[in-house]
Design a protein around this ligand. Sequence first.
Ligand SMILES: Cc1cc2nc3c(=O)[nH]c(=O)nc-3n(C[C@H](O)[C@H](O)[C@H](O)COP(=O)(O)OP(=O)(O)OC[C@H]3O[C@@H](n4cnc5c(N)ncnc54)[C@H](O)[C@@H]3O)c2cc1C
Ligand SMILES: *[C@@H]1O[C@H](CO)[C@@H](O)[C@H](O)[C@H]1NC(C)=O
Ligand SMILES: *[C@@H]1O[C@H](CO)[C@@H](O)[C@H](O)[C@H]1NC(C)=O
Ligand SMILES: *[C@@H]1O[C@H](CO)[C@@H](O)[C@H](O)[C@H]1NC(C)=O
Ligand SMILES: *[C@@H]1O[C@H](CO)[C@@H](O)[C@H](O)[C@H]1NC(C)=O
Ligand SMILES: *[C@@H]1O[C@H](CO)[C@@H](O)[C@H](O)[C@H]1NC(C)=O
Ligand SMILES: *[C@@H]1O[C@H](CO)[C@@H](O)[C@H](O)[C@H]1NC(C)=O
Ligand SMILES: *[C@@H]1O[C@H](CO)[C@@H](O)[C@H](O)[C@H]1NC(C)=O
Length: 598
Amino acid sequence: MFIPAFTILAFFSGVSLCKLYEDIADLPALQYDFVIVGGGTGGNVVARRLTEDASVSVLVLEAGPSNAGVLDAQVPFLSDGVSNNGTAYSWRYILGGCSSHSKYGMAYTRGAAADFDRYAKLTEDEGWSWNQIFPYFLKNERWTAPADHHDTRGQFNSSVHGKNGPISVSLSGFSWSEFEQHVMQATEELPDDFPFNLDMNSGKPLGVGWLQYTIGDGERSSSATGYLTPDVLQRPNLDVLLHAQVSKLVNLTKSRVSPSEPFAFQGVEFKYATNAGSSLYVAKASKEIILSAGPIGTPQILLNSGIGDRTALTALGISTVLDLPSVGKNASEHPYLGMSWAVSSNQTGDSITQNTTQFNEAFAEWNSSHTGPFVDPWPGTHAGWLRLDPDSPLFDMHTDPSPGPDAPHFEILFQPFGFAGTPGHFISLALGMVSPVSRGSVTLSSSDPFAPPLIDLGLLSSDFDALALTEGINLALKFLTAPTWNGYLGAPTVDLTSMSSAELTAHIRAISGPGYHVVGTAGMSARGAQHGVVDPDLKVKGIAGLRVIDASVLPIVPAAHTQAATYAVAERGCRYGETELEVVEHPTNERTSDNFAR
Ligand SMILES: Cc1cc2nc3c(=O)[nH]c(=O)nc-3n(C[C@H](O)[C@H](O)[C@H](O)COP(=O)(O)OP(=O)(O)OC[C@H]3O[C@@H](n4cnc5c(N)ncnc54)[C@H](O)[C@@H]3O)c2cc1C
Ligand SMILES: *[C@@H]1O[C@H](CO)[C@@H](O)[C@H](O)[C@H]1NC(C)=O
Ligand SMILES: *[C@@H]1O[C@H](CO)[C@@H](O)[C@H](O)[C@H]1NC(C)=O
Ligand SMILES: *[C@@H]1O[C@H](CO)[C@@H](O)[C@H](O)[C@H]1NC(C)=O
Ligand SMILES: *[C@@H]1O[C@H](CO)[C@@H](O)[C@H](O)[C@H]1NC(C)=O
Ligand SMILES: *[C@@H]1O[C@H](CO)[C@@H](O)[C@H](O)[C@H]1NC(C)=O
Ligand SMILES: *[C@@H]1O[C@H](CO)[C@@H](O)[C@H](O)[C@H]1NC(C)=O
Ligand SMILES: *[C@@H]1O[C@H](CO)[C@@H](O)[C@H](O)[C@H]1NC(C)=O
């Protein structure tokens, strides 16, 4: 192994030296204790936490470019949701992963306590229960004043928030006051169905409350900005290589590791690409490989490596290392749909998206002082977390898919803007079914490891979810019957009330799209379980020295936007120092010189 050149350089120069490598020729080594695949939401947490121990060396391989200087990944309003038609599934590569993604909504929601208590039950590990995960939410979070420094009393509960973590979380920093007042007034007028909830992140989300965002000082706070800060990137034991897309794991292990885990890899093959072309390289992990490539990338890499359903792998001509049928299965995702109404007010986001002058003024304000409407992203001002009627006939069709009576079936996002792109002023309600029965899959299309995988989210493949959404629509319409909306609310862009129930279900199927909250494709399960991909310590079952630390391990989607849960998974999953990770002993690798030749 090379001595990292940085340690010497840093001694001589006082300037900040970033060990975020654009060019592989600058990377000092291709052998590390840990190789993390994917510098995304989960991966950057692991990178930072592992390198807190100075004796451990870590390489992060990230397929995408840097987030630095990408304005769309910095300005919350440009997260583009206002023009998002909800049907395009984009999963772009960038440092910070989906936490940097330009279309990412930044809503900060943890889910219900019962979601985590169910994970504890499924994994037979109390460590995943709400009470034991709670400290990791706090460890991730730095509660921050909103950009407009408004009085936030009565809008959140300070005792459920972290104060010193890497990720800034704040309430909205720009007020759409007229709309907000109607939402708050409606919770007072219809308190039985829509009670006000001071803080939806307390573990008991039911009700309607103010949304919180991963935003600080009017800027997106991502795993790249929050965890890979300049001081972390300067650690001599951390290297991050960009433009490095991992294809598969390769076997650099010489001997059997242990009878219970007879397989190990220790090698990661990746393509480093520039405009001039691309070449394949192998990086070596002497202790562990950690897959943090996200719920699409992680199962794809496992399958490319021969870990998955033997029948499916064989059909593609990939030889099976370990028959693990759950890889890529049980993809769990929320279906969402949007509904819009014209309003009599011009105080809506449409005034900005439809008027270039106002758009430019708002951008200039953000640019000069990080204030104004651009400090907030698209999801809206409030969210409601609601349940199906306990007497719903749907429960005759299927047992309740939610984890308990304090967990929601629906999310309604309250949004002071339209979806349609139609001229005028609108408000919208985005409705999600957050305890779906449907499951999907990520499978390979080819034995070419760089071929795009097949993503079938299975949205609404269960009738339960589609029928539940009709009940969710009725709840949303009920909210708008509160007297406060009289005189403000105009006609809907689509008249749902005149549809027959068959028409409504067909409409739901036509307009629903993913919430971008996929999990479960490398799900954790109890050690003895016949299904599942990783054990409760996130180690891939039957393989030594291989762990998954990203959203894929959550076996069922929580009733929440999934970044907070992903951060908590990563904060818990990398407890290096608390629980010693297994060290894979291996003899000197004979193939080193070939594999590591540049
Ligand atoms: C459009 C969109 C909007 C969202 N909005 C919200 C929201 O408002 N609130 C919320 O809480 N959650 C939201 N989410 C969900 C949340 O962002 C994800 O659940 C979470 O970020 C997943 O984290 P991860 O670490 O599993 O994956 P990612 O963050 O996707 O990280 C994976 C990383 O691996 C890299 N990678 C992938 N394949 C390879 C490979 N082969 N080799 C090398 N690198 C690779 C990727 O470039 C990426 O950096 C949104 C997601 C999307 C896509
Ligand atoms: C949604 O947007 C994508 C591109 O972002 C486009 O291809 C698709 O046609 C759009 N769908 C609708 C229904 O507008
Ligand atoms: C705030 O949260 C704490 C801890 O869960 C709880 O004890 C307290 O009652 C909450 N306060 C309010 C006003 O809801
Ligand atoms: C790698 O090779 C070693 C030695 O042949 C073997 O023990 C180990 O099981 C192999 N690992 C995989 C994943 O095939
Ligand atoms: C999917 O998860 C369920 C538990 O939620 C489990 O019973 C089932 O076996 C899993 N299916 C696969 C293919 O892993
Ligand atoms: C918005 O409406 C108010 C009152 O109806 C009016 O005075 C104002 O000019 C309008 N603003 C824009 C930008 O249309
Ligand atoms: C756009 O906004 C500007 C500034 O508020 C206003 O003067 C102008 O009339 C608006 N244009 C249209 C077409 O509404
Ligand atoms: C943004 O601010 C920078 C200086 O901080 C300035 O150079 C640039 O012109 C500004 N852009 C806009 C659109 O206001």
